[in-house]
Design a protein around this ligand. Structure first.
Ligand SMILES: Cc1cc2nc3c(=O)[nH]c(=O)nc-3n(C[C@H](O)[C@H](O)[C@H](O)COP(=O)(O)OP(=O)(O)OC[C@H]3O[C@@H](n4cnc5c(N)ncnc54)[C@H](O)[C@@H]3O)c2cc1C
Length: 440
């Protein structure tokens, strides 16, 4: 019985994205899977991106039978050319999960965060001592993070990884769900059963749509251009956020001396920037970064992403929980989106493990409600914070310009303000998952 009379089919199996079978790091799916007793799981995680895999790793010693299902071959999913701001809390969660040793040597630790407003001379400089910590956060590449999680999962005997394998339909009942999974080696989808399904299938989550979960939010008037650059001057591990009237520009220091640029401007201007000849693009970039890093060289393609804010009206439905971008998306200013997803995964794992040990049904409404009650309000705070930042700074209306410059002045002069802002940005302000407390 599929829920709410919604069609059980997520994707037409005949039209599924090409599943790449020649991926040497994929775990082979047992030939006997269709009849194997292993077909019954406690939990099926749909989506093996950073967030789905964080949850899988967090459940590795839980005693729960977990299957992780990812449509893209492993070598394809790691090959995303993107770097993220990784918050201090996310670092602590990864440390608690046992992947930090593999990640830390390959990330940059921020020695300073600099915030500036267009051509206003005052620059707010934030140092680790403002927070009483050794750093203010990290810049980590997608490849490093996903590789570390995938490697951990390969040695986790309690987790079955189906990859490449695409979920094409889910049918829910009062006790669980039947999931149809299309793999490259079979004509017909394999059926598996689980007590609880986790949608970690990204912003366009088909599972969320099929469950009839509505979303709140809007598309911004801006798009985001990302690119990797080599600066003439050393980045000195400083993370820069410079607000222009068109939108913010973030420059993240990478471990190899290069920088990742995340540049938000109105849609048309973003397209123009993407299509400019390389030298002209770099000239614009050198101007907008205020010459901080000297002459710049372009080291990657320019990628363009429309920007949106989205919050799912419910994080759970019967036998289903949403995490990561499937549950929410925010403006990339301040680099928060993935960090929220990592917290979702850690919080949900904690709740499920406790419920399992207490003999509760992990897919019951009572248990799932605890997750929604924890994470939804906290995510609203950050969604609102990023929206406020973008709207406050992406405007040249004089009274707003004056107010925000007074705000920056106070932020720079009053230690308590800096401390509070840093607590929020580093993820240390909300309810802390147990796994992060172990190392804090
Ligand atoms: C320009 C830009 C810059 C950003 N910078 C930052 C930053 O600095 N810091 C930060 O914290 N966040 C940042 N973010 C946000 C961050 O990229 C996302 O929040 C994060 O990648 C979401 O991860 P996810 O695992 O939830 O989703 P995804 O990465 O989208 O993963 C979903 C996975 O599900 C799989 N899948 C989908 N459907 C199926 C199916 N039916 N069956 C099986 N598998 C399926 C997909 O193949 C995919 O691998 C940025 C975003 C943008 C656009």
């Amino acid at each position: 019985m599929s829920r709410l009379d919604a069609p059980a089919v997520l994707v037409d199996a005949a039209k599924t994205q090409k599943l790449h079978s020649q991926d040497d790091r994929s775990q082979p799916i047992p030939a006997s899977l269709e009849t194997s007793p292993q077909l019954q799981y406690d939990l099926a995680i749909v989506g093996g991106g950073i967030i789905g895999n964080t949850l899988a790793v967090a459940l590795q010693n839980s005693g729960l039978r977990v299957v992780s299902i990812e449509a893209q071959g492993q070598s394809i999913s790691v090959a995303k050319s993107r770097a993220y701001v990784l918050s201090m809390l996310s670092g602590q969660i990864f440390e608690g999960l046992g992947i930090w040793q593999a990640v830390l040597p390959q990330v940059t630790q921020f020695s300073q965060i600099q915030i500036s407003d267009a051509d206003y001379a005052g620059v707010v400089k934030m140092y680790p001592q403002d927070l009483g910590t050794a750093t203010l956060g990290y810049a980590a590449s997608h490849e490093v993070l996903l590789n570390a999680l995938q490697t951990k999962l390969q040695t986790a005997p309690s987790i079955t990884v189906m990859c490449p394998a695409q979920v094409v339909a889910v049918e829910y009942s009062s006790t669980g769900a039947e999931i149809s999974v299309q793999t490259p080696d079979r004509e017909v989808p394999t059926k598996i059963r689980a007590s609880l399904v986790i949608a970690a299938d990204g912003a366009k989550s088909a599972l969320r749509e099929q469950a009839g979960i509505a979303t709140t939010g809007w598309n911004y008037w801006q798009s985001c251009i990302t690119a990797t650059i080599t600066p003439e001057k050393s980045h000195q591990n400083i993370a820069y956020e410079r607000f222009w009237y068109a939108g913010p520009i973030g420059v993240l220091p990478l471990a190899d001396g290069r920088c990742q640029v995340v540049w938000t401007v109105p849609h048309q201007q973003a397209e123009e920037l993407r299509d400019l000849p390389e030298r002209e693009f770099l000239k614009e970039l050198e101007h907008c970064t205020g010459g901080l890093l000297g002459k710049l060289e372009l080291d990657s393609q320019r990628w363009l992403f429309p920007v949106k804010l989205m919050q799912s009206q419910q994080y759970t439905a019967a036998r289903l929980a949403l995490i990561g971008d499937a549950a929410h998306c925010c403006h990339p200013v301040a680099g928060q989106g993935m960090n929220l997803g990592i917290r979702d995964a850690a919080a949900l794992a904690e709740i499920l493990v406790a419920a399992h040990h207490a003999g509760e049904d992990i897919g019951s409404d009572t248990v799932l409600k605890r997750y929604a009650n924890w994470r939804k309000p906290e995510n609203w705070v950050i969604l609102a914070f990023t929206d406020f930042l973008d709207r406050m700074f992406s405007t040249s209306i004089l009274p707003i310009v004056i107010i925000r410059r007074i705000g920056l002045f106070l932020l720079d002069r009053i230690p308590g303000f800096k401390y509070l802002a840093l607590r929020l940005m580093t993820g240390l302000a909300g309810k802390m998952p147990q796994v992060a407390k172990i190392v804090s």
